[in-house]
Design a protein around this ligand. Sequence first.
Ligand code: AMP
Length: 438
Amino acid sequence: MSFASLGLNAQLVQAINECGYTEPTPIQTQAIPLVLKGGDLLAGAQTGTGKTAGFGLPMLQRLSETKATPLRNGRAPVRALVLTPTRELAAQVEENIRAYAKHSGLRTLAMFGGVSINPQMKALGGKIDVVVATPGRLLDHVSQRSIDLSRIEMLVLDEADRMLDMGFIRDIQRIIAKMPPKRQNLLFSATFSNEIKKLAESLLTNPEHIEVAKRNATADTIAQRFYGVDKNRKRALLSYLIGHHNWQQVLVFTRTKHGANRLAMQLDKDGLPAMAIHGDKSQGARTRALSQFKSGKLRVLVATDIAARGIDISELPHVVNFELPHVAEDYVHRIGRTGRAGVKGEAMSLVCFAEKPLLKAIERVTKQSIELEILPGFEPLPDSEQPPIEKPAAKRGRGNSGSRGQNSGRGHAGRNSNPRSANNKAPRSNKSPRRSDS
Ligand code: AMP
């Protein structure tokens, strides 16, 4: 199956080739033809399945096939809106759609809180076709009249279940009320609670339904091991594991870009050739690191979750979680980099005291009971001597840009691409009464 055979035009196919995609994922195979037909869609799919291209590519094609109706003031309107629950997801989705739109002449903008609103306002003064936004910041723009939603032709609710969990329903309703009733609506959700069903009923007209498999099952070709170790001994343990087992190709996950840089530098000093890839690295640097790693010249690649998304290395033997992910489902995604296509792989996780709640969440999601192994020489301090586990930062209300997450405030709109690292620490099931991420 090729992208062209799904009905996508030459400009989009060229952009997809440049992204390095060779064939469509299952969600793309199903969603692209349906969205191209123009009807509404209800899709069960999680991040990591390729859903962004599943809606983004046909969206761009539909926008490029028709002319926009100008706004009353004669200006070019925003024509498509993608709503996401978190800033990081907005940044990531916009980055992807921007790449897909490269040859289509369509302009995109990411819009989320925690960064100055001014560059977003300035960008809206020019031609923007697709906005990817978190609900809170979008409403800020609506109330300041910097955006006019009256010409929206397509609406995508991405990770709709999470948006409801985060208390965004009222905001979503307020946003929908600003749009013309005639438009194409796409709703993506990993789960289908009664609330989601209610939202879908109120939003979608005769929708097509599609569903792709959940990722929460770990392949049994992957041997998983978990080592209990103190945080400040993790690097030594990692160097030991790599050296002791003589691993030649190891993908290591950290939670933050800064952590990835630091770890790669330290491993290099330990005599283990290592490089980091993450959203702040230029595409050139990312491509170089990846090709050296793939060809076996680079022994260790340290990556953040998002940078690792597109990585598909056949027969990758070892994955190490230097830090556990904040979202348990990401554990499954990370270790799925190994043990592919029936080939055996090993996934090791280094778990410090403060990460025990994250480990519990992984146990729940993967439905396994996990025993921590302790290696001689790396014994952690007894629990009674461990520093107390820091509670996640208090939830914020909209408009409070003073308390940024660890990664969300550093970039600017459209650049920050490390999803879920900042304000998104609770597992998916954690219902918080109020949004925290716009
Ligand atoms: P998403 O589920 O949209 O967040 O996509 C997950 C990751 O898969 C992103 O890094 C995409 O760039 C990548 N991706 C999406 N579609 C494809 C494809 N057809 N082939 C390879 N990688 C893809």
